[in-house]
Design a protein around this ligand. Structure first.
Ligand code: ATP
Ligand code: MG
Length: 356
């Protein structure tokens, strides 16, 4: 068969496969965009497992009509003003792929307004872009995705039940909320509130998301070296989980599942934790953006550290120090247990909130 160039919509659907394999990825990309836009409040509403509908609203910088029009084009981004920045990325996004990918495989409606301008909207359906139209809306951006994979039914077959897709999406937002405590988050699943978090200090956010039992068992972690700073909380070795899902690793405000960091956590704790059990931790690593390459994984959940050995060493020694000081200290730090997990709490966190 002859070689031929693929039609643009086909090419976009193929590329979309890397970015949006399931609703959780859509929720993650849209919330990341809101965070990059400097939002102080983000609301996420999910329906039908996020397959029927995902709505993300933010009070961030917004877009004017020209930016709105470009934002859904492949490789269009405001986050890399010069090429050299590819090696010192300070934003969550940088590829200019999320919106075009989502728009290629769903029905997408964007409404955006800059503080000093009017609101405009733009629809993309199965990769076909409509006109930019005047609209009504508060400053910030509202992105509504409907009918995920309607344009590629084959991909729908790979999705799990609505319930487990919704769980994965909540988990993705929860991980971002942990990394951005100063931002207020609200999330509903089929109208039921699953997250309601005011902007708060990091420790309060960790306790709200990981719960009072974790707070009572948590040991402070702190370390510095090779230009990097590590901080956060590690549970005492008696407090473990059957899986590694409650290992929260945040690098330069990005939640990651990086194998280098996970291995360091396992090595530092393995002599104290029963075989088959997993440590629980919320750890934050901050290092100069040029010391880490985030452009190595399609979902950006793994990284490449320029000085991998130094980062591993920093992790292991800081965690061991935390465990050594915490040894025998079974009494929770006063004040840490009074935080309640998010469920049901913090209703007053949304004074100006009006659902649309
Ligand atoms: N919620 C938002 N508020 C303001 N601007 C936004 C928002 N969402 C997207 N944009 C604009 O649209 C552009 C394209 O977004 P998109 O997510 O596709 O790419 P990106 O964030 O630049 O990179 P990545 O593909 O890595 O996410 C962004 O660079 C940004 O300028
Ligand atoms: Mg993005």
């Amino acid at each position: 068969m002859p070689v031929r160039l693929l039609p643009e919509t086909t090419a976009n659907r193929i590329a979309a496969g890397e970015v949006v394999e399931r609703p959780a990825a859509v929720a993650k990309e849209l919330v990341e965009n809101a965070l990059d836009a400097g939002a102080t409040r983000i609301a996420v509403a999910l329906e039908g497992g996020g397959i029927e509908r995902i709505l993300v609203e933010d009070d961030g910088a917004g877009m004017g009509p020209a930016d709105l029009e470009l934002s859904v084009e492949r490789h269009a981004t405001s986050k890399l003003p010069e090429e050299a920045m590819l090696f010192r990325i300070a934003s969550l996004g940088f590829r200019g792929e999320a919106l075009p990918s989502i728009g290629a495989v769903s029905r997408l409606l964007l409404t955006s307004r800059r503080r000093d301008g009017d609101a405009h909207s733009l629809a993309v359906e199965g990769g076909r872009k409509g006109p930019v139209l005047p609209a009504a809306g508060a400053p910030g951006t509202r992105v509504e995705m409907q009918d995920l994979f309607y344009a590629v039914p084959a991909r729908r077959k790979f999705l799990k039940t609505a319930r487990s897709e919704a769980e994965a999406a909540v988990e993705a937002v929860r991980r971002l909320a942990l990394a951005w405590p100063e931002v207020a988050f609200r999330m509903t699943v089929d109208g039921r509130e699953v997250l309601s978090l005011p902007g708060q200090r990091r420790e309060a956010r960790i306790h709200a998301l990981l719960g009072a039992d974790f707070a009572a068992a948590a040991l402070p972690v702190a370390g510095e070296g090779a230009g990097a700073t590590l901080s956060g909380l590690l549970a005492q070795p008696a407090y473990t989980r059957a899986t590694g899902t409650e290992q929260h690793l945040v690098v330069n405000r990005r939640p990651v599942r990086d194998p280098v960091l996970r291995t360091a956590l396992r090595v530092a704790t393995r002599d104290l934790i029963a075989a088959g059990r997993h440590p629980v931790a919320a750890l934050f690593l901050d290092l100069p953006p040029e010391a880490v390459d985030v452009n190595v994984h399609p979902m950006k959940t793994e990284l490449r550290f320029r000085e991998e050995a130094a980062v591993r060493g920093l992790m292991i020694s800081a965690l061991r120090r935390a465990l050594a000081t915490g040894a025998g200290e079974a009494v929770p730090t006063p004040g840490l247990t009074q935080y309640r997990p998010a469920a049901g709490g913090a209703r007053g966190a949304w004074p100006g909130w009006r659902p649309r």
